[in-house]
Design a protein around this ligand. Structure first.
Ligand code: PLP
Length: 377
């Protein structure tokens, strides 16, 4: 790599298996809907991709549809669930730290007359009692919450959310944005507790241009967002991105087959924490967290200074999510929701690891962060 890349939560480097799947797929250039040999060859790649993803996600291949991105999947899930459930109930429960591809559709649904209750996620802990109270107060159309936060790395307990839905007797459907959590949270089988789940290829070592939506039995009537030729079982029209789908399946299969992957990511995070113990940097450490995200503030050094300083040394990290990095907006609602004071928000950085990172790279990063702290205003 020409630079030290610590921004895998924005996009992870594609794995070898994904790159090789892309090359094969571009050679099989048929349209997967065509009935001739070239079409059938492309169709096989799409179905192999679906099978690979289904094994990694632990569901049936027919329960997955491919979209263009996590953003599209979230939009289809939210607008679809609102259409499906909106006649029965007009309340939606979510959290106050969702990704813009959930938060902005929620705002659009509020404009259409839905009420959205946003639960607290202070300190990276979901307000499970608040969820219980909200569910018994009023009929709820659906609940939508992320599995893991893209900025702080906080992980929420989706199986517990499902148990609360059952205990309160609510028939609300449950959607989860698992873009950051997929293949990074051990143990949680989301196909067993959620009705609809969003996945994205480029966060797990696939390539950009493919997302997926898991649609379980209770949500089988979820309507499409795009109308057209009826691809993906009528649920997502548009010619499939064969190469990105093939790479998605290959990356999911490869990642789920490497048992040492999560401990290795966690050891990189631990190494950075260990090296910076007495550095004066402030770490934001949710108790349940992803193994690959470390969020911190450098007192007195605005994020933009730190980004430039590190970038000049060839080190890539980020401040906030990549999607909103170019948006001029006041404050950071996700970090506010976590409970950080303004001065820590303005000086915050997100470091995110991938399997290609090494302990030596972590040492270089830590030296640079110590030097960066000397820029203090
Ligand atoms: N949800 C979360 C939690 C994310 O972190 C992202 C991307 O950063 C998305 C959704 C959007 O995914 P995509 O980039 O595939 O549109």
């Amino acid at each position: 790599m020409p630079y030290l890349y610590f921004d895998s939560a924005a996009t992870a480097p594609p794995c070898m298996e994904a790159l090789s799947a892309v090359t094969t797929a571009y050679e099989a250039y048929g349209n997967p809907s065509s009935l001739h040999a070239a079409g059938m060859q492309a169709r096989r790649l799409v179905e192999d991709g679906r099978a690979g993803l289904a094994r990694a996600f632990r569901c049936e291949p027919r329960e997955l549809i491919f979209t263009s991105s996590g953003t599209e999947s979230n939009n289809q899930a939210l607008f679809g669930l609102a259409k499906l459930r909106g006649k029965r109930a007009r309340t939606i429960i979510s959290t106050n730290s969702e990704h813009p591809s959930v938060e902005n559709p929620l705002r659009a649904l509020e404009e259409q007359g839905f009420t959205v209750k946003r639960l607290s996620t202070a300190g990276g802990v979901l307000d499970y009692d608040g969820l219980k109270t909200a569910l018994v107060q009023t009929p709820v159309a659906f609940v939508t919450m992320m599995q893991a936060n893209n900025e702080t790395g906080a992980v929420y307990d989706l199986p517990r959310v499902k148990r609360i839905l059952e205990e309160t007797g609510s028939d609300a459907l449950l959607h989860c944005d698992a873009v950051q959590g997929f293949l990074k949270v051990e143990g949680d089988r989301l196909s067993a507790c959620c009705d609809v789940v969003t996945l994205s290829a480029h966060k797990i070592g696939g390539v950009k241009g493919a997302g997926a939506l898991y649609i379980g039995k209770r949500a089988h009537a979820l309507p499409p967002l795009l109308l057209g030729g009826g691809q993906e079982n009528g649920l997502r029209s548009g010619t499939e991105n064969v190469a990105a789908i093939a790479a998605f399946g290959a990356a999911a299969a490869a990642a789920s087959g490497r048992k040492d992957r999560l401990p290795y990511l966690a050891s990189l995070r631990e190494e950075v924490l260990r090296r910076l113990q007495d550095s004066g940097l402030l770490f934001h450490l949710p108790e349940r967290h992803l193994p690959n995200i470390l969020h911190l503030s450098i007192p007195g050094v605005p994020s933009s200074w730190a980004l430039n300083f590190l970038s000049e040394r060839g080190i890539c990290v980020s401040a906030g999510s990549a999607c909103s990095a170019r948006e001029k907006k006041k404050g950071n609602p996700v970090l506010k929701a976590y409970g950080l004071p303004d001065q820590e928000i303005e000086t915050s950085l997100r470091i995110s690891f991938c399997e290609q990172n090494t302990m030596e790279e972590c040492a270089v990063l830590c030296d640079a962060l110590r030097d960066c702290a000397k820029l203090k205003r």
